[in-house]
Ligand binder design. Structure first.
Ligand SMILES: *Cc1c(COP(=O)(O)O)cnc(C)c1O
Length: 339
């Protein structure tokens, strides 16, 4: 038994999801003739109360498309220093859109309205890049699955609007935040110009992300997705997994969160653990003492078929997910206690 806690992307489709995929009606989606893709896009748009939606092969492509449609080369986007769009998309903001990033020094991937106000203030003459876009991430990945306070997001939206900035949400793990904070997709649909959501993380689909926005923005996104090489053909087989995930795998995220809490409690009781970051959803970040060392700890756990990932600066990450069973949890807790 391999216990893979490296990410919530490691899940495989359940038997029921595979059956939904096998039974999908498909067509050529480049001609918008795949009924299952169309159904997924309509379903997602309706769920968020947004005008339109577009299916993407990856979250990275969905985010990069959003950045491209909101900016011109030479512009600037504003995000937290931990943001995925800045750290983990291969420099795509520069490569695809020719924009620079203004990084805010936030807390666990989140910043305040006052910090955004400060970032947009100042000169706006020919010498400085124009601010065009604010990107936020919920939950935060590098920030350890932290959830934003919705009232802070409302303040950020107001500042964005006052300053003519587009407001984009990287919602790769938005459903974790919705379940943890008992919020609704429609609340978010009202607040943001564009939202990317991921079907292949906590929701357990093998592939797929969706970009949501106005009819006008999604029409632009369709063209950008084509030029990035993301227009696909009989892709309803994959969209069917997404529909199944939206129907069946949202509420159960709470189980992943509960398991994360249990692991966190055990870690706090281990003498070699020096710190456990606050756990709000399905990501646990912790530190071990110098005698043990992060790299050594990960290696030793690997020898016991438990896979964890290093997050730099001595941080170790555990991510709970759909394929992490109660039996696996028991074995993990035992190994942590006995280490
Ligand atoms: C995983 C992730 C993405 C990108 O998703 P891919 O499908 O792997 O390209 C974007 N943003 C955040 C916060 C993520 O965690």
């Amino acid at each position: 038994m391999i216990i893979d806690l490296i990410s919530d992307t490691v899940t495989k489709p359940t038997a029921e999801m595979l059956e939904a995929m096998m039974n999908a009606k498909v067509g050529d989606d480049v001609f918008k003739m795949d009924p299952t893709v169309n159904k997924l896009q309509e379903k997602a748009a309706k769920l968020f109360g947004m005008e339109d939606a577009l299916f993407f092969p990856s979250g990275t492509m969905a985010n990069q498309t959003a950045i491209k449609l909101h900016t011109q080369p030479g512009d600037k986007l504003i995000c937290d220093k931990y943001a995925h769009v800045y750290n983990y998309e291969g420099g795509g903001a520069a490569f695809n859109s020719g924009v620079t990033c203004k990084l805010i020094d936030g807390d666990r991937g989140m910043f305040t309205a006052a910090q955004l106000q400060e970032a947009v203030a100042g000169r706006s003459d020919i010498h400085v890049p124009f601010s065009r876009l604010v990107c936020i991430e919920n939950t935060t990945n590098k920030g350890g699955g932290a959830c934003w306070d919705f009232s802070e997001l409302e303040k950020l939206q107001k500042i964005s609007k006052e300053n003519n900035l587009a407001f984009h949400l990287d919602g790769a793990r938005l459903f974790n935040a919705l379940v943890a904070k008992k919020e609704t997709p429609k609340q978010y649909g009202k607040l943001f110009d564009t939202i990317s959501i991921c079907l292949s993380k906590g929701l357990g689909a093998p592939i797929g992300s969706i970009l949501l926005g106005s009819k006008e923005d999604i029409a632009k996104a369709l063209r950008i997705r084509k030029l990035l090489g993301g227009a696909m053909r009989q892709v309803g087989f994959l969209a069917a997994a997404g529909i199944y995930a939206l129907d069946n795998h949202i509420e159960r995220l709470d189980e992943d969160h509960q398991k994360a809490q249990i692991i966190g409690d055990v870690l706090k009781s281990c003498s070699y653990v020096t710190k456990v970051a606050p756990i709000e959803t399905n990501i646990i970040i912790f530190y071990v003492d110098e005698k043990v060392g992060a790299a050594n700890f990960i290696e030793k756990m690997k020898a016991k078929n438990i896979l964890l990932s290093p997050m730099g600066e001595g941080r170790i990450r555990i991510v709970t997910h759909l394929d992490f069973t109660n039996k696996m949890l028991e074995k993990l807790l035992m190994e942590l206690k006995n280490f």
